[in-house]
Design a protein around this ligand. Structure first.
Ligand code: FAD
Length: 315
């Protein structure tokens, strides 16, 4: 089963989840030929790392203005050339956007937001959450290439082999005539991206307003983490929508997720089930979030969060 990995590159550096895709490829088959589309800016600088991770061919895709449609065009060319049976990409902003489009372009199917893969005597079994994260379902794809987008942190980063070489092929593609990039607006990023953070403190409607997020930020900073939110605070403008956690926001898998004033709707919980430990702080002992939590504190966040912050400072 030849595999094509889509590796996202920013300023010459591989996105952390891209290295995890190599582990996923090895899970499918230890002796598959692995080709890579390196897409982004500074892709040539990433070739050595990709070769050391096990890529035998690296397709270079460096568009001036990256749009999902252009990415699909690049990857379509690499897919035809590599004749891969499986295409792996991260369930990132780009991956979530392009997986279905690519499946449509190549006349095949995609399974997105995948949390496990297993090779059952040559048949790839693909697992993803369904019904808002309340159940897991196994899928198989009968057409090739099988397109799979994988949630970050599902697989460990692959170890680098060192001193390997890869053939490089430069790709060219035209942006569709009906799409024009007008402006790039860089999102101001302090600390790690929420999808990659080891600690996330999430605030919900129970915070009652934007002020509560200042206290969550203090707590998150102490723990080396970042702040996120359920949907209502983002809708209300209390917290940027780029920090929304859940089925229509970011899917996170930190070591520790602290949910503060969040009821635990299925749409929210499905975005945090990959967390290793979940701590819930809610004044309602019956809140659904306690079902998903490893530890729970029933109480008013205005008392619990400052007390927790003081204790952590003492450590
Ligand atoms: P609420 O449900 O209002 O809960 C607030 C909680 O705060 C309550 O449990 C309350 O007991 C507690 N509380 C109140 N005061 C205090 C206090 N002083 N101390 C401690 N606890 C307190 N939601 C998401 O989060 N992410 C998504 O991606 C998402 N996508 C959606 C997609 C669709 C199609 C739809 C229909 C909905 C989606 N939602 C999403 C919304 C979701 O259904 C819920 O409405 C939302 O998650 C509720 O947010 P919440 O828990 O912050 O608020």
């Amino acid at each position: 089963m030849d595999i094509l990995i889509i590796a996202e590159v920013k300023d010459g550096a591989l996105s952390p989840v891209s290295t995890e895709l190599f582990t996923a490829a090895r899970t499918i088959s230890a002796d598959s030929r692995v080709s890579v589309v390196a897409i982004g800016n500074g892709v040539k600088s990433a070739v050595l790392s990709l070769a050391n991770l096990g890529a035998s061919v690296v397709f270079l895709a460096e568009p001036r203005d990256l749009t999902p449609q252009l990415a699909v065009s690049f990857i379509g060319k690499a897919a035809a050339e590599s004749r891969a049976a499986v295409i792996l990409m991260a369930e990132s902003d780009l991956g979530a956007d392009i997986a279905p489009q690519l499946a449509s372009k190549l006349g095949t199917a995609a399974v997105t937001g995948v949390v496990a893969l297993r090779n059952d005597n040559g048949q790839l079994i693909i697992t993803r959450p369904v019904y808002g994260g309340n159940a897991m379902a196994d899928f198989t794809i009968d057409t090739e290439p099988q397109i799979i987008s994988i949630r970050p942190k599902v697989f460990a980063p692959a170890a680098s082999g060192g001193n390997q070489t890869a053939e490089t092929i430069e790709l060219a593609a035209e942006s569709p005539a009906n799409i024009r990039v007008i402006e790039h607006v860089a999102v101001q990023q302090q600390g790690p991206r929420i999808e990659e953070a080891k600690v996330v403190v999430g605030g919900g409607r129970g915070l009652g307003g934007p002020e509560g997020f200042t206290q969550l930020k203090q707590l998150a900073d102490l723990l080396g983490g970042v702040v996120g939110a359920s949907r209502p605070p983002c809708d209300q403008g209390w917290w940027p929508e780029t920090g929304q956690i859940g089925i229509t926001g970011k899917i996170i898998s930190p070591d520790l997720y602290i949910a503060v004033g969040i009821s635990g709707s299925s749409q929210h919980v499905s975005g945090v089930t990959g967390s290793k430990t979940i701590v819930a702080i809610n004044k309602d002992a019956e809140a659904n979030i306690f079902k998903a939590a490893t530890y729970g504190v029933t109480g008013d966040w205005k008392k619990v969060v400052p007390a927790l912050t003081v204790k952590i400072k003492e450590l």
